[in-house]
Design a protein around this ligand. Structure first.
Ligand code: ASP
Length: 587
């Protein structure tokens, strides 16, 4: 070993001991006859002292060391006169006696400090230097702890970790596949898994009973903020279970992780909110329930008063923001601009303020009597001092705009505290989703998701009415995971494919291997998959998954450190039988 101790472990109890440390020079300061060097490794920082008077040549060497030099130092642990109680090692320093320079370093392109001067692009280009920063490293350590605890809990529950292949055929998650050309079979391609969905179902047919895997998944989706083309799932499947068993098992996982990683206990069972209720009260299928400010439908109450924006619409809804009646014109204009942004696309916002004396003033005063407005305050549960914000439109569109407005108001009022965790299950998702563009149904989750048995009767007569045995775990307004009970009988599966517009031949071509397997005694089964990067980020109090991935892609899906995607040699293309069309290359 190069060292007797790490840079994070020495304390006053080691006073007088001779020790050897190795690490990187964080910084050095010359003060009169002394040189102080902060030596850093993964575990912490220890101060080294070199004294010009007692050893001028050693001190001379120390003065020449630049930032990020790799050194080994031996010396005695001494008590500091000037203690820094914020640092674990802040009560001691090492009086250096010998020094070895193990390696020099170029001057790093940004400072290796918590608050660095490096921009995003530069830090990603030199990610190995960025990872030396304590706060970045601690994110990766948090990720490690999460993975360890996932394995510990699931192992304890009898789950077996099984690896599934990476070179596969398209999976049914509904995003675009990444494809890998085959050299041996020119003109044929593998797909990278969007998830191990079909394999985990096959493992249930194989009798494994409880499976899990912490696994890389790949989705070639269009660029959206904070998405990664490759990401990690905690993927799980169980046999001979009902939805209730899955929810209980994985609520157990969530509780275990919160306990072991954050030291948090949740007394009550996680709330379970049906999809319809999530949409109508929160305008979202992933509600942030750290705060209330729920949506109230007011369609009937505001119609018939000749107020044009509310007359010709299917839906009018409102939220009531506590203690915001004092908002200025400027604040109201700002929030109106917020909902008019193309991402939200609302036409406008109507407000009403409940004054201290209980009278209600509104931007639509001319059309509504004081009684109408008082009734509005009553319906929305508004008290003196509250601000009512209303929006109208087609039902789903207006609800989702109100949902965005609710989140923005929550943010502005400081109600979305990253240190507070509010997990819940959203259940009873619709089985199908209608796509206007292609004029056909899509599976809301995926085509193996089981309809609720009691809704199966509507599959042909009223498909919108069919709910699925599908569920999502949501924490603080973010979907952390989702899954479903699967179809395990061939008739229901055929009906599902038919509803999705597949012919029997198409279904057989794409999923024949699974359909065939179902003929050999498939047990009832179901499962779930969690976004591991996202869950870790939330546990770290952040919403940026990139910070929790050691070597992430940037938001252009590029790795700027290794510079990829990149072109390949003509020989490689020839071997693969691939020709690059001129108008595509480099575009
Ligand atoms: N395979 C699904 C997904 O990745 C999850 C599941 O149904 O278990 O979203």
């Amino acid at each position: 070993m190069y060292r007797t101790h790490t840079c994070g472990e020495l304390s006053i109890s080691n006073k007088g001991e001779k020790v050897t440390l190795a690490g990187w020079v964080q910084r050095s300061r010359d003060l009169g006859g002394m040189t102080f060097v902060d030596l850093r490794d993964r575990y912490g920082i220890t101060q080294l002292v070199f004294n010009m008077e007692t050893d001028a040549s050693l001190c001379g060497i120390a003065r020449k060391m630049g930032r990020e030099f790799v050194i080994r130092v031996s010396g005695a642990v001494a008590e500091r006169s000037n203690k820094n109680l914020k640092m674990a090692t802040g009560e001691i320093e090492i009086i250096a006696e010998t020094i070895d320079i193990l390696n020099t370093s170029d001057t790093p392109p940004f400072t290796i400090e918590e608050n660095t001067d490096g921009g995003d692009e530069l830090r990603m280009k030199y990610r190995y230097l960025d990872l030396r920063r304590q706060n970045v490293r601690s994110n990766i350590i948090l990720r490690h702890k999460m993975a360890r605890e996932v394995r510990r809990y699931l192992d304890g529950e009898g789950f077996i970790e099984v690896e599934t292949p990476v070179l596969i055929k398209s999976t049914p998650e509904g995003a675009r596949d990444f494809v890998v050309p085959s050299r041996i079979h020119n003109g044929e391609f593998y797909a990278l898994p969007q998830s191990p969905q079909t394999f985990k179902q096959l493992l249930m047919i194989a009798g494994f009973d409880k499976y899990f895997q912490i696994v890389k998944c790949f989705r070639d989706e269009d660029l959206r903020a904070d998405r990664q083309p490759e990401f990690t799932q905690i993927d799980c499947e169980m046999s001979f279970i009902h939805q209730e068993d899955v929810l209980n098992t994985f609520e157990g996982l969530a509780r275990h992780l919160f306990r072991e990683v954050k030291g948090l206990e949740f007394g009550e069972k996680f709330p379970r909110i049906p999809y319809d209720e999530a949409m109508s009260r929160y305008g979202s299928d992933k509600p942030d329930i750290r705060f209330d400010m729920c949506i109230t439908e007011i369609t009937e109450a505001v119609k018939g008063r000749n107020f044009a924006p509310f007359e010709q619409v299917a839906y009018v809804g409102a939220i009531s923001a506590p203690d915001c009646a004092g908002w200025s014109r400027k604040q109201l204009d700002e929030i109106t601009e917020f909902v008019k942004r193309p991402q939200i696309g609302a036409k406008g916002l109507v407000w009403a303020k409940v004054e201290a004396d209980g009278t209600v003033r509104s931007s639509a005063d001319k059309y509504y009597s004081p009684d109408d407005l008082a009734n509005l305050a009553l319906m929305t549960g508004s008290d003196a001092g509250d601000l009512i914000l209303m929006m109208a439109g087609p039902r789903e569109k207006a609800l989702s705009a109100l949902g965005e407005l609710r989140l923005e108001m929550g943010r502005r009022l400081g109600l979305r505290d990253a240190s507070v965790y509010a997990p819940l299950w959203v259940v009873d998702f619709p089985l199908l989703e209608w796509d206007e563009e292609t004029m056909r149904f899509y599976a809301k989750h995926h085509p193996f998701t089981s309809p609720k048995p009691e809704d199966l009767q509507y599959m042909e007569s009223d498909p919108f009415r069919v709910r699925a045995n599908a569920y999502d775990l949501v924490i603080n307004g973010t979907e952390i995971g989702g899954g479903s009970i699967r179809i395990h009988d061939p008739e229901t599966q055929s009906l599902m494919f038919k509803t999705l517009g597949f012919t029997a031949e198409e279904a057989q071509k794409q999923f024949g291997f699974l359909l065939n397997a179902f003929r050999f005694g498939a047990p009832p089964h179901g499962g779930i998959a969690f976004g591991f990067d996202r869950w870790t980020a939330i546990m770290g109090g952040s919403d940026t998954i990139r910070d929790y991935i050691a070597f992430p892609k940037n938001n252009q899906a590029r790795d700027v450190m290794i510079d990829t995607p990149s072109t390949i040699k003509q020989e490689q293309l020839n071997e693969l039988g691939i020709e690059i069309k001129k108008d595509k290359a480099g575009s």
